[in-house]
Design a protein around this ligand. Structure first.
Ligand SMILES: Cc1ncc(COP(=O)(O)O)c(C=O)c1O
Length: 369
């Protein structure tokens, strides 16, 4: 259904991102980007962390929500918004609706963290828990919007969301136009699509690299295959937990993404711990996926100037508790051990990436939790 609707959707352009920046300037300050000598030493690369975890809802998505609401007519806002989400898109829309005096209803898969449900409700959003996954939540949201006349917002195929999150990449590339590569965690792909749009104008020699969990590879496989596909979704990283490709971000990613890497949930957990110990940063799983790709492929990124977007900091209580664990293969603060473990896993994953291109079944590799 969304594929059909997309015929009416106009892909955002760089100029839309510039307009979004003017809008957002009234609502959000720019986020910081720091590098950490201890982290650089561990990774053997210069790594700039773009801190979207410090946004008022704890994730980059808020930029998209505000840009969307700012562009709606009073009539559209009065209808109220209906959307579906595993958490941060929901908080973004709820935050923006509160700022623009609109109502919102968010259908969330029943298993999402209690913290995220609580946060959406605290922002004034109505949460409807429904179904085991995003596909079920989407169907329910479509029915709700049909019944109530609310404006249905796709978390992926909505141009204003991409233009809004693109403002993070304006900040990033204006500060560091000289990067070798930028690593962006992907669920639906709005962030990576926006990064592609902005990099093309401000940093054309920087490779934009998308990263997804191998336990939910729908966006990765859609990009490699050149058309949107559905895949099983078994990742613990809520922000990356989508079961299908989204046409609009895929279209933009195809125009300029340099590569799309998969990481395991265990590698994401390692990266979360590394951010905590070496960058005093609390990242949720999805927010650590970009760094996980660097950890998993030390040879590929050695000596490079990198930026990694810490897309979100909304770690659940269970994720925070797991930061203290040092199970085998986890980041133990020991360079040698950590490198050896991640290097081996990286090599295995590279082969798995190729399996996907060949239409392989999907990765059955270990999941962290
Ligand atoms: C923290 C975090 N990182 C990354 C993503 C993926 O973003 P996108 O859906 O734009 O690919 C999300 C999505 O909700 C998220 O919440």
């Amino acid at each position: 259904m969304e594929q059909a609707l997309l015929a009416d959707v106009i892909a955002p352009r760089f100029s839309d991102v510039l307009v979004a920046r003017d809008v957002l300037a009234r609502h959000l300050p720019p986020t910081p980007m720091w590098s950490y000598p201890a982290l650089d030493a561990e990774l053997g690369a210069t790594v700039h962390i773009k801190h979207e975890n410090v946004q008022p809802v704890g994730a980059f998505k808020v930029r998209g929500g505000l840009a969307l609401l700012a562009g709606l007519s009073p009539d559209q806002r009065a209808r109220g918004l209906v959307t579906y989400s595993t958490g941060n898109h929901a908080q973004s829309i709820a935050y923006a609706c509160a700022a623009f005096d609109a109502t919102c209803t968010v259908v969330m898969p029943s298993a999402v963290s209690a913290e995220k449900v609580r946060a959406v409700r605290a922002l004034g959003g109505e949460v409807v828990p429904h179904g085991p996954d995003m596909a079920a939540a989407q169907r329910h949201a479509e029915q709700l919007a049909g019944r109530t006349g609310g404006l249905l917002v796709s978390p992926g195929d909505t141009p204003a969301l991409i233009a809004g999150v693109g403002t993070a990449y304006l900040e990033l590339f204006e500060a560091r136009p000289d990067l070798d590569a930028l690593l962006v965690p992907v669920g639906s792909g709005t962030g990576a699509a926006a990064a592609v749009l902005v990099a093309a104008e401000l940093a054309p020699r920087c490779q934009v690299i998308a990263v997804q969990s191998q336990a939910a590879p729908a966006a990765h496989d859609s990009w490699r295959l050149g058309s949107c596909v559905e895949r099983s979704n078994r990742t613990a990283a809520e922000g990356l937990a989508t079961g299908r490709g989204f046409a609009l971000p895929q279209q933009i990613m195809r125009s300029g993404l340099a590569d799309f890497l998969l990481v395991s949930d265990a590698q994401i957990a390692q990266a979360q711990r590394l951010l905590a110990t070496h960058a005093h940063t609390l990242a949720e799983s999805a927010g650590a996926a970009g760094l996980a790709a660097v950890l998993a492929r030390p040879d590929r990124f050695a000596g490079q100037r990198l930026a990694v977007v810490c897309t979100g900091g909304n770690a659940s209580a269970a994720e925070i508790a797991a930061l203290g664990s040092t199970a085998e293969g986890d980041w133990g603060g020991n360079v040698g051990d950590g490198r050896a473990a991640s290097s081996g896993a990286g090599a295995r994953e590279h082969d798995s990436d190729l399996d996907h291109v060949r239409g392989g079944e999907g990765i059955r590799a270990a999941r962290g939790r």
